[in-house]
Design a binder for this molecule. Structure first.
Ligand SMILES: [Zn+2]
Ligand SMILES: [Zn+2]
Length: 347
């Protein structure tokens, strides 16, 4: 039963559902039967493209390419049939698009649409040659409308030796989705640099994003790749301290040791010079109070080390402790602690 399950599962004919149909008694009188009414409504806007559709794109380049294709097809429908090329007819994904001219046109159309939606009041007041509304965020920018119908920053750089794009950048509303696409595009182009470099890349491309600084910081902060690049190195959680380091024993009861060096020292004076030789040092550290004891050795061989260790025992351990030393077995034999009159071993 546990392995095969209930028997009806293995016989497919049991699973067939029997469907029975019942005729309605009196549909007109039956209150349970309700007629289903569907109403559909279609809202049509003006001639504007509408910037809601821009939210469907995830990058500035794909949006530009799609709009360039759309503009290309729209022009084809406007032209007379005789003048159409064989390659370009009706709805098609055109491969003959001009990357500079058509893309620039697409960007102009995109930003025009966004500006008309967001800054309608400001554009109206500029066209009517009135002053900027007091509550307008563009009041300090001295905006004007260029020959393509784009709202640009007026500023005070007319006499600067800069390109027209940098002197009078196009105004892009910071809270619009299109600002996200532009910032993301130039942030990736600048290899995920910080806010200052991204801001510079956006400015030199000819865009002025209102409230851009805070917006760029928040975007970079949220970006997954930036988070990965700017994150601090993770560290391993350290284990508990060993009991030897936590006992309140006298100093040098538990020790650690290491050898460091070499240093070149002048061993003897010769005629007109000196004979140099190398010296190393053995560092003994107490595990409890971090006290240290250093012994100098003349070479890196075993006998030098054993000598230094014996000196350490005599100087430090013998004076401080008389009966508590922890030494590995191999060292015990080598040092021959039994020969020391007052020391006894405890392991
Ligand atoms: Zn085409
Ligand atoms: Zn990034």
């Amino acid at each position: 039963m546990w392995f095969t399950g209930p028997p009806f599962l293995s016989h497919s004919h049991h699973l067939k559902l029997e469907t029975e149909t019942f005729t309605l008694v009196d549909p007109a009188q039956d209150t349970e039967i309700r007629p289903q009414v569907t109403t559909s409504s279609t809202t049509s806007k003006g001639k504007e493209l509408g910037s809601e559709c821009f939210c469907r794109f995830s990058s500035w380049n794909t949006l530009t390419r799609a709009l360039a294709c759309l503009i290309h097809v729209a022009h084809l429908f406007k032209q007379k049939r005789d003048s159409q090329l064989d390659l370009c007819k009706g709805w098609h994904l055109c491969k003959e698009l001009n990357l500079v001219h058509d893309f620039k046109k697409a960007r102009t159309v995109t930003i025009q649409n966004v500006q008309k939606e967001t800054f309608a009041k400001e554009i109206q007041s500029i066209l009517e040659k009135e002053g900027m509304p007091n509550d307008s965020p563009l009041r300090a920018l001295d905006p004007f409308i260029d020959e393509n119908g784009l709202l640009r920053v007026g500023g005070r750089l007319r006499n600067a030796d800069l390109g027209p794009e940098e002197k009078n950048p196009i105004i892009v509303p910071g809270h619009h989705y299109i600002a996200t696409l532009i910032v993301r595009h130039y942030h990736i182009q600048s290899q995920h640099q910080g806010r200052h470099i991204t801001e510079g890349a956006v400015r030199s491309a000819g865009y002025w994003i209102t409230g851009g600084k805070r917006y760029m910081s928040s975007l970079i902060f949220k970006y997954v790749i930036c988070k990965k690049l700017r994150n601090t190195c993770e560290t391993q959680k350290m284990a508990d301290l060993p009991p030897d380091r936590l006992r309140t024993d006298p100093p040098f009861t538990h020790i650690g040791l290491d050898v460091f060096g070499p240093w070149t020292v002048c061993s003897r004076r010769t005629r007109g010079g000196s004979a140099d030789s190398k010296r190393w040092a053995v560092l003994f550290t107490c595990l409890n109070i971090r006290a240290i004891h250093i012994e100098v050795i003349e070479s890196m061989d075993t006998s030098s080390f054993i000598n230094s260790f014996r000196r350490f025992l005599l100087y430090v351990v013998k004076s401080k402790l008389s009966d508590l030393i922890v030494v590995p077995t191999s060292l015990e034999h080598a040092v021959n602690l039994e020969s020391l009159p007052t020391l006894t071993m405890k392991r």
